[in-house]
Design a protein around this ligand. Structure first.
Ligand SMILES: Nc1ncnc2c1ncn2[C@@H]1O[C@H](COP(=O)(O)OP(=O)(O)OP(=O)(O)O)[C@@H](O)[C@H]1O
Ligand SMILES: [Mg+2]
Length: 351
């Protein structure tokens, strides 16, 4: 009897239980677990993906630059392309260097050159692939060193560069490569992915919870998946309040109420709510960023007024970024928004 008790205690205090291994504490990040393996699984940016699929099919790879905002599938696509082109030879036929590797001029001279010279058995007609991820963080000198290397080894090797800002790649490299552009994913595209993941992970959610995830992610799939996973680690249903709590963003509902109060000329309540929000500790840039998004997606504001509001919020955003990140700036903005609404009302009445 006592022996059983001891065994069960030691089982509990020992390594992770099966449940722990599978669930809490040991979870693989969903962004890795659900990273698409093939080009067909990558969603959005259809035109770019059609080109990549065509390249994967006929095997005629030019040097490539994939450029676009974070979390839209550039790294994923380039690995999927390499996998489809090289099949089993993917492991030996691909060299990946990202921003976490040293990529100074020496690496370009030595590592890239020795990989390019290596003999690797590849499927017929295929090339070795060098993936330079986050290439916009490579130094100018390293990029210069790459120019000639790209040409010298063009018989055996192709370069795929992924970056956020294509203008940070020197023109000489841009002219040696085909540039494929990625844009932010639409809410529908992110949503389709979130629903699939939720079904696979058996997560319960509410519609406003998913809407909140889309609102915070702004077309960045990585952001959406990470936030979703963070919300589920609290347990229970993923709803709007969980999302805004986990993402630590000002609640759009409050900012929506502030905008509505400004529209109706209720300066007092709008100022009070803004002061309350400020007291909770949000930075001026967080508040103004969410205010902009809420105004942009508002269905209640007439179009002309919305545009004027966005312009005014934009100017305040600029001042906040310049360093005037005080409550006074935000309250000044409220004053101006109320004034714009009053002028708009007067104009309507005089017509
Ligand atoms: N278009 C997409 N379709 C499906 N999943 C995606 C897509 N884009 C991103 N993801 C998900 O987000 C994760 C990160 O994507 P990825 O690494 O390709 O982003 P990236 O465009 O390279 O971003 P960065 O510019 O920050 O490097 C992937 O693991 C995947 O789970
Ligand atoms: Mg990437």
């Amino acid at each position: 009897m006592s022996a059983t008790a001891t065994t069960s205690t030691s089982a509990n205090s020992g390594g992770p239980t099966k449940k722990q291994k599978k669930g809490g504490g040991y979870q693989t990040p969903w962004v890795e677990k659900y990273r698409p393996k093939t080009l067909d699984d990558v969603v959005g940016n259809e035109e770019t993906l059609v080109r990549l699929r065509a390249i994967a099919k006929d095997g005629n790879v030019p040097n490539l630059i994939l450029s676009g905002p974070p979390g839209t599938g550039k790294t994923t696509s380039v690995h999927a392309l390499a996998r489809e082109l090289l099949g089993d030879a993917y492991k030996n036929g691909v060299l990946e260097l990202n921003a976490s590797d040293a990529r100074g001029i020496d690496v370009v001279r030595n590592r890239i050159k020795s990989f390019a010279m290596n003999k690797v058995t590849l499927p017929p007609g295929r090339h070795k692939i060098i993936i330079l991820d986050e290439a916009d963080s490579m130094t100018g000198a390293a990029q210069q060193a790459l120019r000639r290397t790209m040409e010298i080894y063009s018989k055996t090797t192709r370069f795929c560069l992924a970056c956020n800002i294509s203008t940070k790649i020197i023109e000489a490299i841009q002219s040696r490569a085909a540039i494929l552009r990625y844009s932010r994913l639409t809410n529908e595209q992110v949503l389709s992915c979130l629903i699939k993941v939720a079904a696979a992970e058996k997560v319960s959610y509410t519609n406003d919870g998913l809407e909140a995830l889309l609102f915070t992610a702004e077309g960045d799939m990585r952001h959406a998946l990470n936030n979703f996973q963070a919300c589920t680690s609290r347990g229970g249903v993923v709803n709007q309040s969980t999302v805004f709590l986990v993402c630590d963003q000002p609640h759009p509902k409050i900012l929506g109420e502030i905008i509505a109060a400004c529209q109706q000329g209720n300066t007092g309540p709008a100022v009070r709510q803004m002061k309350d929000l400020w007291k909770t500790g949000y930075a001026a840039s967080d508040i103004i960023g969410t205010l902009f998004k809420v105004t942009k997606s508002s269905k209640d504001l007439p179009e002309a007024l919305k545009l004027e509001y966005l312009r005014e919020i934009g100017f305040t955003h600029m001042r906040v970024i310049d360093g005037c990140n005080t409550l006074l700036q935000l309250l000044g903005l409220i004053g101006r928004l109320c004034q714009i609404a009053a002028v708009d009302q007067n104009n309507k009445e005089s017509q």
